[in-house]
Design a protein around this ligand. Structure first.
Ligand code: SF4
Ligand code: SF4
Length: 472
């Protein structure tokens, strides 16, 4: 007898709306301050000016795509210096590992843009529609005039925040004051409007409607974090040995948890921390504030929910005192992350100070590999790209290593020097020749070194390449 086919199971679950209640407390205050600082930095930065002289933009932070340059105050990164950007990204990654290893998902709970903008959107929602109970009532009621009006106001404000967010992002890519004028007068590049529209809609959707769904389903970090955390990582937990059995305080033998649901009602992820560690918990600390408030009201000590490491949980259960916070923060793993982070940082600073304001790259012309002139001289051709990264026009001498049996000439130039305008990349075709019958002319490959130096020889860079002789 065959069994009937099981009912097909849907992998899709509709989102249950979450209505976080307003909460006051030290973690909430900290989050407000972090929001103020992070959004302040984001919105103000494109308007900061930095004088770099007459030939360069005066925007302090600018990603200049047209000229393929990144400006960060006194630092200017050229395309061939992308390793600086890579280094900063590695530092950001290691910093994230360090903080997650020490104190769990603090990035998620306090500083992630998704968290910050969602907080802002919830704040607007509360202003317009009221606190949790009023919002639940509004959600359930039919689309009457009140609901239409409140939703229209809320969505308009969300859209405005999204628009400003997208607008500020495009200011990082070109001169902000000029772009602001162009945007208003309709003269900005279509790409600017399209980028703004995309960012407006994504901010509107992610902060307004997707919220915790982004953290749970779209972001890879909750899945990666497990590898960063261990039993000594400080994270948020419910002290069930103190809180259980939950219920009315009047009942004999009950724990400290009165099952008031305050911790659940304030949670922006809609979870119950009393069920243990969950992937959805972003460790924002709001349930701590809510529960501490309840504990104050019923005259019990604070900390039923709090920051605690797994090892301390075990100690507390056994009636012992927890270890000091520093013993959790300064561990082998966190020290290793700190050492690696510092090593990359020091490396970048050293590279920054050692770099020269000139850079050269050489591309041999391989078609043909060499040319035989009428007198038997063998000529190789190279395309030389010379970047003058200083703020003034400069003459540069192009030579071979002193005493080289080869000779060098520049296409279209009388001597061996070229003028490269300030902050520009100059391309010069170079001929290197080996006299007839010389070693260079007859050997298949010879190593040569091209030198580029400024007029007084204080800045000098070299590039090693190969000269191709007759390969008979
Ligand atoms: S359980 Fe607590 S810490 Fe975790 S997301 Fe909810 S409110 Fe934040
Ligand atoms: S806020 Fe505290 S007392 Fe209230 S349900 Fe949560 S853990 Fe229990």
């Amino acid at each position: 007898m065959s069994l009937p086919d099981p009912e097909p199971t849907s992998l899709y679950a509709a989102r249950e709306p979450i209505f976080p209640r307003r909460v006051k407390g030290s973690f909430r205050t900290l989050k407000w301050w972090i929001m103020l600082v992070t959004l302040g930095i984001y919105y103000i930065t494109p308007w900061l000016r930095w004088d770099r002289g007459p030939n360069l933009p005066d925007q302090a932070v600018l990603i200049d795509m047209a000229n393929r340059r990144f400006f960060f105050f006194m630092i200017e990164i050229w395309p061939h210096e992308f390793y600086f950007v890579a280094g900063l990204l590695i530092m950001a990654g290691l910093g994230l590992f360090l903080f997650t290893s020490a104190v769990g998902r603090v990035w998620c709970g306090y500083a992630c843009p998704q968290t910050v903008w969602t907080d802002l959107f919830i704040l607007v929602e509360r202003w317009v529609e009221g606190d949790r109970n009023a919002r639940i009532r509004l959600h359930r009621q039919s689309w009457d005039a009140e609901k239409v009006l409140k939703r229209a106001v809320k969505w308009s404000l969300w859209f405005l925040i999204g628009l400003v967010t997208g607008g500020v992002w495009v200011f990082y890519f070109t001169d902000a004051p000029q772009l602001a004028v162009d945007l208003v007068t309709g003269n900005a590049h279509p790409i600017a409007y399209i980028t703004m529209l995309i960012l407006t809609l994504t901010t509107f959707t992610f902060g307004g409607f997707a919220r915790e769904q982004i953290c749970i389903y779209a972001c890879p970090w909750p899945r990666i974090q497990a590898a960063m955390m261990d039993e000594d990582t400080i994270t948020i937990a419910y002290r069930d040995w103190r809180g259980e059995p939950r219920g009315k305080q009047s009942v004999e033998g009950s724990g400290d948890c009165i099952d008031c649901m305050a911790c659940v009602n304030v949670c922006p992820m809609g979870i119950d921390i009393r069920n243990g560690q969950q992937m959805a918990c972003i460790t924002c600390g709001l349930c701590i504030d809510a529960c501490d408030d309840t504990m104050d009201k019923i005259g019990k000590p604070r900390g039923l929910i709090g920051y605690i490491a797994l090892t301390d949980e075990t100690r507390e259960r056994a009636g012992k005192l927890p270890k000091s916070v520093w013993s959790h923060v300064f561990r082998f793993r966190t020290m290793m992350y700190t050492v690696l982070w510092s090593a990359v940082g020091v490396g970048l600073i050293v590279a920054l100070f050692l770099r020269l304001p000139i850079n050269v790259s050489v591309t041999p012309v391989r078609n043909p590999l060499y040319v035989t002139l009428s007198d038997g001289t063998i000529r190789n051709i190279y395309d030389l790209r010379l970047r003058n990264m200083s703020g003034e026009d400069k003459w540069f001498f192009i030579t071979l290593t002193a005493g080289s049996p080869f000779s060098l000439t520049l296409e279209g130039e009388e001597g061996a020097k070229v003028m490269v305008p300030a902050n520009e990349t100059y391309q010069q075709r170079v001929y290197v020749e080996a006299p007839p019958g010389s070693d260079g002319a007859t050997e298949e490959h010879s190593e040569i070194r091209l030198w580029v130096a400024n007029e007084d020889g204080t800045e000098r860079v070299s590039y090693d390449t190969v000269f191709n002789g007759e390969d008979d």
